[in-house]
Write a protein that binds this ligand. Structure first.
Ligand code: UN1
Length: 512
């Protein structure tokens, strides 16, 4: 707790103002200047950023394309060393990053601290994996008189399109994976968190990543995102955000008469937690509270639906209402705050409209109290829970602190699982049970990327719980997992007839 307080003081020493803009060598023109304010108090100005215009995006693409061969031939040990150094520097400069996560993204202090840790974990994990996978070609057996080698290289120009809800961790995760694998990268942050993306890009430049190898283009989807995804030089896009945007990116890439680009997408969820009557109500409530309301519910991993077995439903619902009455909604810079703001007016409007519909069609279990003085000037939305008649009244992902509760009978477990699978999403699932056969049955028949038993269902740890889903929730492979970098790479073989004069070249030595 003392450590937390020290970190809070370190962060609160950084007040801005911050300025940001494209990091594109040789760019001469500019897009509009955008003012950035704090979602927890819109009167607080954080700074401004200059958006990239179309010409700047074109310059970035030309730079990235020209730098590609140089970067992919740069030894992987050196690429990895830069990322490892960036992790150290990030930890050394964490105060400013925590402050930006709290102020620009509205993240609570513990969430912001976890975000720094996750970003550093991604940098180190992908550095390690790159050394393992890209270090030496694999020698394959073949007939005498020839050598065969399989090796991995970067695909080319990669575009990273990152979300505002993990503005540092996912921004750095995407960028570092693509760089480690030998790609040049153009990073487009979410508009809402352009300042964080800018400071993160500078950190990587300071760690030695060349400025034409990693470029930064803030701006909106229709201008910047669309110009990137329609360009034939782009070999791949790594994206985290909504399912709708992933479809749009996929269409843009598919419409090009050009190289068939890779899309790595991590998208939405309609995540459930299933609790049976053998589970402890206290534990269920503690874990569903964290899963549904931490980060103001603005995680793709968050629990949106609690399926609770009818024998314990009344008890769980009563305890849930009690716990929600204790939630503190307010300034995320205060250690006493549990739930900060939602990201902006648009996000809040969608939640307000959803709550109005639920007020009519469902039964309200609880709404967390909100202190008007602490929340008047920000985009706050009080956490709510509803008991709903059927899962199908939720026709879209609800991205915020709203939990929906359904009761189920012992005989209905297969139908519960079928309903969850029918949503088409497959990201996280929580299970609360003390019966091994039930846990086993649920884990076998649900189709989700990350299943968590008798704990909360958020906060996947890099290298420990590789994260990502299937179906409407994304393409895989999982971020922070051993297969992720492979998707950023081209596989090549080199076969050499060693009986011919001069045919003794080996990538094992070329690489040195
Ligand atoms: C997201 O919310 O966009 O496990 C994905 C978790 C996080 C989720 C990140 N890794 O909660």
């Amino acid at each position: 707790d003392n450590e937390l307080k020290a970190l809070a003081d370190e962060a609160n020493a950084h007040q801005g103002p911050w300025t940001a803009g494209p990091l594109v060598p040789g760019a001469t023109s500019q897009g509009p200047t955008v003012e950035v304010t704090d979602p927890s108090d819109r009167r607080r100005r954080l700074g401004t950023y200059v958006a990239a215009d179309e010409a700047t995006v074109q310059q970035a693409l030309a730079n990235a394309h020209a730098a590609q061969d140089r970067w992919s031939n740069f030894p992987v040990a050196n690429r990895a060393a830069m990322l490892e150094y960036a992790a150290e520097q990030l930890e050394a400069r964490r105060g400013e990053f925590i402050a930006l996560c709290v102020r620009e993204a509205g993240k609570s202090l513990p969430d912001a601290i976890a975000e720094i840790r996750e970003a550093a974990d991604f940098l180190r994990y992908y550095a390690t994996m790159a050394k393992r996978l890209f270090g030496e070609p694999i020698a394959l057996p073949g007939p005498t008189g020839e050598t065969n080698q399989l090796f991995l290289e970067g695909r080319g120009v990669f575009v990273g399109i990152s979300p505002w809800n993990f503005p540092l961790a996912i921004f750095i995760g995407q960028v570092s994976a693509a760089l480690a694998a030998g790609n040049t990268v153009i990073a487009k942050p979410a508009e809402q968190t352009s300042l964080i993306g800018y400071v993160a890009t500078q950190l990587l430049h300071d760690a030695g990543i060349p400025k034409d190898v990693l470029q930064f283009v803030p701006g909106d989807g229709p201008t910047v995102g669309a110009a990137l995804t329609r360009d034939p030089r782009v070999a791949g896009v790594v994206f985290t955000g909504s399912t709708e945007t992933a479809w749009a990116i996929n269409r843009a890439l598919a419409a090009r008469k050009a190289q068939i680009a890779i899309l790595i997408a991590e998208t939405g969820g309609q995540n459930a937690m299933i609790a049976d009557s053998s589970a402890l109500p206290e534990q269920i409530v503690k874990d569903v509270m964290a899963s549904a309301f931490q980060s103001a519910g603005q995680r793709c991993s968050a629990a949106r639906v609690l399926y609770v077995q009818e024998d314990i439903a009344d008890k769980v619902i009563t305890m849930l209402a009690g716990a929600m009455a204790e939630l503190k909604v307010g300034d995320p810079a205060l250690l006493s705050t549990d739930v900060g703001p939602v990201i902006d007016e648009d996000a809040k409007a969608i939640l307000v409209a959803h709550a109005e519909r639920m007020d009519k069609e469902a039964k309200k279990i609880a709404e967390a109290p909100m202190d008007p003085a602490a929340t008047a000037h920000g985009t706050f939305f009080a956490p709510r829970a509803y008991e709903i008649p059927t899962l199908s009244i939720l026709d879209r992902e609800i991205f915020g602190p709203v939990l929906h509760v359904l009761r189920w009978k012992a005989s209905e477990l297969p139908q519960v699982i079928e309903k969850i699978n029918e949503t088409g999403y497959g990201l996280t699932l929580g299970v609360h049970s003390r019966i091994d056969a039930t846990i086993d049955y649920i884990a076998r028949h649900t189709r989700v990327g990350n299943c968590y038993v008798n704990r909360n269902q958020i906060g996947a740890v890099v290298g420990v719980q590789p994260f990502g889903g299937e179906g409407l929730s994304g393409t895989g492979p999982k971020a922070g997992g051993p297969h992720y970098l492979l998707r950023f790479a081209s596989e090549r073989t080199l076969t050499i007839n060693t009986t011919a004069a001069g045919g003794n070249a080996s990538l094992l030595t070329i690489g040195e």
